[in-house]
Design a protein around this ligand. Structure first.
Ligand SMILES: [Zn+2]
Length: 371
């Protein structure tokens, strides 16, 4: 477990090209069979094969055994006949954009369905999430979350988990929720190739639900995507640390005025985004008046911890999600768009990050099938 990072630059110094610091040393301290702090979730598995997986950040071959195994999960499922879009943006595909509502296209238009998780139901409840790890800097974030007694949901990229399984285990053993956020983080979607797209429409919904995974989206509102922290734009050089902190203050203002709670997007992939969270945004969230309740997404949804992983979900929370699957196959019904959730109009990049699934990956690994 890492120590709290005390060398974070001043906010104005957090920019693309800033001097990097070495990631903290990390030694795994958990052993197979260890019991996580959340009750009802699986204990740490006893074996994890780390060789033989498709390469990091690459879409696996469609004819590979792992992709063929996933395709089997879709047998007998009605999947809406929606073609993949050019690059998941409205602008690049005006024809698809014209039918965004019909497609239930969240990435372009912010359309959600009742089967999506797109906001915490209770006012001032904040579903805290971090995307795209694990990375070597995730350790700094885990230490900060521990110090502040915050638990979050980590939307992890499968091939990066295989690179850093110990960090994923550290997240899990610190009481955080783990969700699937694709194998390779490929934007251009083809569900035959990567278990999950980072686009979201009715086709992706149908496939994810068939695979036992519930789509989670960060909350968007009428003027568009305000619960994306935009931290990733500092890593890409588009924005500075102070600019993103201002966006974060807007985000909290929006969150305060919302009738429901909300889910935010932050990232633990880069040193920059971790520095923003560890040094600035998490403290701002904690000291906000009125007080927010910071929670992992499953918890803010009222789901028992045992109901969020395929290996242990047997109870009503999961069952109610499963029961609503057929709605999703009725592509194009405008009334399926959930009026009880905050309306959204735009979002740059979708997180399709089901709660359940992490341990499915591990389970598959244990029998030597690629996940
Ligand atoms: Zn992502």
């Amino acid at each position: 477990m890492g120590m709290l990072d005390t060398h974070i630059p001043p906010l104005s110094g957090i920019t693309m090209g800033m001097a990097t610091r070495p990631p903290p040393p990390f030694t795994a301290t958990h052993t197979p069979g260890a019991t996580p702090p959340l009750s009802g979730v699986p204990v740490l598995p006893t074996a994890l094969a780390l060789t033989g997986w498709p390469p990091v950040d690459k879409i696996p071959e469609p004819n590979s055994p792992e992709v063929q195994a996933w395709m089997k999960e879709l047998e007998g499922i009605t999947i809406p006949d929606i073609l993949p879009t050019k690059d998941s943006s409205c602008a690049a595909d005006p024809e698809a954009a014209a039918e965004a509502e019909k497609r239930g296209w969240w990435t372009c238009g912010g359309y959600t369905r009742t089967t999506d998780i797109a906001a915490c139901p209770d006012k001032l409840h904040w579903g805290v999430s971090f995307d795209d790890g694990p990375s070597p800097y995730s350790i700094n974030l885990i230490a900060k979350l521990k110090e502040k007694n915050i638990r979050a949901t980590f939307f992890v990229v499968g091939s990066r988990v295989i690179q850093r399984p110990g960090i994923l285990i550290e997240e899990y053993m610190n009481g955080h929720e783990i969700s699937v956020h694709t194998w390779s983080h490929t934007v251009r979607m083809d569900l035959r190739f990567c278990r999950f797209s980072i686009e979201q429409d009715d086709r992706v919904r149908a496939i994810s639900l068939a695979m036992g995974m519930v789509p989670i989206l960060w909350t968007s509102n009428a003027d568009g995507g305000k619960f994306d922290s935009n931290d990733w734009r500092v890593a890409s050089g588009e924005l500075t640390g102070p600019q993103v902190f201002t966006i974060f203050e807007d985000l909290m203002r929006n969150g305060t005025s919302f009738n429901t709670g909300f889910i935010t997007l932050q990232h633990d992939l880069f040193e920059i985004t971790v520095d923003l969270a560890v040094g600035y945004t998490l403290d701002a969230a904690l000291s906000h008046d009125p007080k927010f309740v910071l929670q992992p997404v499953g918890e803010c949804m009222g789901m028992p911890a045992g109901a969020i992983y395929n290996e242990t979900k047997k109870d009503t929370a999961a069952a109610s999600v499963t029961a609503s699957v057929p709605e999703v196959t009725q592509a194009g019904k405008a009334e399926d768009v959930d009026a009880t959730k905050p309306p959204g109009t735009s979002a740059a990049l979708a997180v399709v990050a089901p709660v359940w699934g992490f341990l499915s990956i591990v389970g598959l690994a244990m029998v030597g099938v690629l996940g």
